[in-house]
Design a protein around this ligand. Structure first.
Ligand code: PEP
Ligand code: MG
Length: 574
């Protein structure tokens, strides 16, 4: 059986038929149509339109019970599709100028999109996203291609793609996806993070896989050993189906640790918190066995939608999360867009180096109105629980001053409007950029808490794009420099008696978590699937031993030796 290697970023085993997922892209026809073709072309254009209409109606029907708000978006798309002015202009181009229909659609929609994007009114500007969506649907129907939508799959499948955007992963139909296989993406890409939180086996970095597999071909995804088997025999399928059962059994045993109190044998209490993204009922169920939310990736509320969420929509979600955690901290990370996370509802210029560009806090500071909407929503929600707010991608004290000024402005506005907010809300920063880690002594005096975003910290410390499989071997979270820098940054916070935690993927990996505990960290935040593993570690590892391990690790030269050492030391606790 042919097997290929991949990076198992979300453990598990999946066996099933393949669906090759390719977001639709197009190139329009060149030249002119001949005058005697026009009638036929107009007919084909109308047929494509009817097909698009049927798809939209199906969607409206499907969402009518599950998510009527989403349904409304597609109703608006129907209006766009049947807009009379655009229709007249498209037909004019086909019949009078002999423009091929696909190019006519592209040009007319393109012109209106351009017009809408230039207006000052943000509500009108957002309509451009609707037009873009309808244009793509219409052109796909014209090209005779079927819609591939991961949010409504007809049967259980293994999703194979070159790459998945975080919005694809966040909105996929988790009941039907047996496994994910992609050509690009690293362990800390956001698709990987979401796959782990959904407990979907995922194998990334399998070169050339979309070319190699056929639609509907049965494959075995072993995202424990990191192998993909392309043409298994019935016996092999049976063997792996059994292995899958065994794996699930093992996981259910580890899950017994879910409800234990995370205290080390020598009595050190570690706060085990949750990373959440979409505030789904499944995520909020984690409130039953965790000490709070250490990272709420709020940008996921902005994804997979055509308009920016309003203040009221955000307020309702934040309030729901705060209420679910009943007084335990909920650490809301302000919008972190850019890098691998894009928004349909916000057109941003293409950048050469998006991870070093206008992302996260920088982007919010350059879009003050959008930032204010989120800050107001969060402040309004703060009276319903214990809200902590933190800023991502902070690189200087100046950034902190500007972020604080924006919060103050939002507070002033609310005060003037007589709207209450909590005076106790803590303000913190994410330590993701080495510059800020090195300033920790001063930062610890300026903010109430910090949370180490080890995913980005590793990318910026080792100068390695966390998404690029070509340099994946250089992205070493176990680099001794990572532990040295984290220890260095944590110290001033610990001395000041201020909270410092880790919310990157290192916090949920038992091997690195052991070192973090040894460095004095008492807050670890992670995806739900890591919680039982980390609680098992904590209840078996004394603080004294963790300190010794942390010492050894910081004085080891090779990242691979660090990993080996940790595996040996912690064998019984994994
Ligand atoms: C991090 O960088 O470690 C982090 C938690 O933020 P994100 O993964 O969302 O960039
Ligand atoms: Mg980050």
């Amino acid at each position: 059986m042919t097997s290929l290697q991949g990076n198992p970023v979300s453990n598990g085993i999946g066996v099933g038929p393949v669906i090759i997922y390719e977001p639709f892209s197009w190139e329009t026809s060149q030249g002119e149509i001949s005058p005697d073709e026009t009638e036929d072309m107009v007919l084909r254009y109308q047929q494509a339109k009817q097909k698009a209409k049927k798809e939209l109606e199906r969607m409206i029907e499907a969402f009518s019970t599950t998510d009527p708000e989403k349904g409304k978006i597609f109703t608006a798309h129907l209006d766009v599709l049947f807009d009379e002015v655009m229709e007249e202009e498209i037909l004019g181009l086909i019949q009078d100028d002999l423009t091929p229909p696909d190019r006519a659609v592209d040009e007319i929609y393109g012109a209106y999109i351009h017009l809408l994007e230039k207006t000052k009114d943000p509500l009108i500007r957002e309509r451009a996203a609707d037009l873009r969506d309808v244009r793509s649907r219409l052109l796909r129907c014209w090209a005779g291609k079927e819609e591939k939508n991961l949010s409504s799959l007809p049967k259980p499948v293994v999703v194979v793609a070159k790459d998945l955007f975080p919005s694809d992963t966040a909105t996929l139909d988790r009941e039907k996806v047996l496994a994910i296989v992609t050509e690009v993406g690293g362990a800390t890409s956001h698709s990987a993070i979401i796959a782990r939180s959904f407990e979907i086996p995922a194998l990334l970095g399998v070169a050339g896989i979309t070319e190699r597999l056929q639609e509907d071909q049965t494959v075995i995804v072993d995202a424990v050993e990191g192998r993909l088997y392309c043409d298994p025999t019935p016996q092999e399928i049976e063997q792996y189906s059994r292995r899958r059962e065994e794996y699930l059994l093992h996981m259910s045993q580890v899950k017994k640790y879910l409800n234990v109190e995370p205290v080390t044998p020598d009595g050190r209490r570690i706060e085990v918190e949750l990373n959440i993204a979409c505030a789904t009922p499944q995520e909020l169920a984690g409130a039953a066995y965790t000490d709070g939310v250490g990272l709420f990736r709020t940008e996921f509320l902005y994804m997979g939608r055509d308009r920016l969420p309003t203040e009221e929509e955000q307020f309702q979600v934040y309030r729901k999360v705060l209420e679910a955690f009943q007084g335990r901290p909920v650490t809301l990370r302000t919008l972190d867009i850019g890098g691998d996370k894009k928004l349909d509802c916000l057109a941003l210029p293409k950048e050469e180096n998006p991870f070093l560009g206008n992302r996260a806090l920088r982007l919010c500071l350059s879009h003050p109105q959008m930032f204010k909407t989120q800050l107001r929503a969060a402040l309004r929600a703060s009276v319903y629980g214990n809200l902590w707010m933190m800023f991502p991608m902070v690189s200087s004290m100046e950034d902190i001053h500007q972020a604080k000024a924006a919060v103050q402005e939002a507070k002033n506005e609310l005060e003037m409007e007589g709207i209450p907010y909590s005076e106790d809300m803590k303000l913190g920063v994410m330590i993701e950029i080495p510059a800020i880690a090195l300033m920790a002594d001063q930062i610890a005096k300026e903010v109430d808490f910090a949370s180490i975003g080890s995913n980005d910290l590793c990318q910026y410390l080792t100068a390695t794009d966390r998404m690029n499989p070509a340099v994946a071997e250089y992205y070493r979270s176990f680099h001794p420099a990572m532990f040295r820098l984290i220890g260095y940054a944590a110290q001033p916070f610990l001395s000041e008696g201020k909270e410092i935690g880790v919310c990157g993927e290192m916090g949920g990996d038992p091997l690195s978590a052991a070192v973090l505990i040894g460095l004095g960290i008492t807050r670890l935040s992670m995806g739900a699937s890591s919680v039982p593993h980390i609680k098992k570690l904590i209840t078996g590892l004394s603080y004294e031993r963790a300190k010794e391990i942390a010492q050894k690790v910081q004085h080891t030269a090779l990242a691979q030796d660090v990993r080996r050492l940790l595996q040996e030391e912690l064998q019984q606790l994994l």
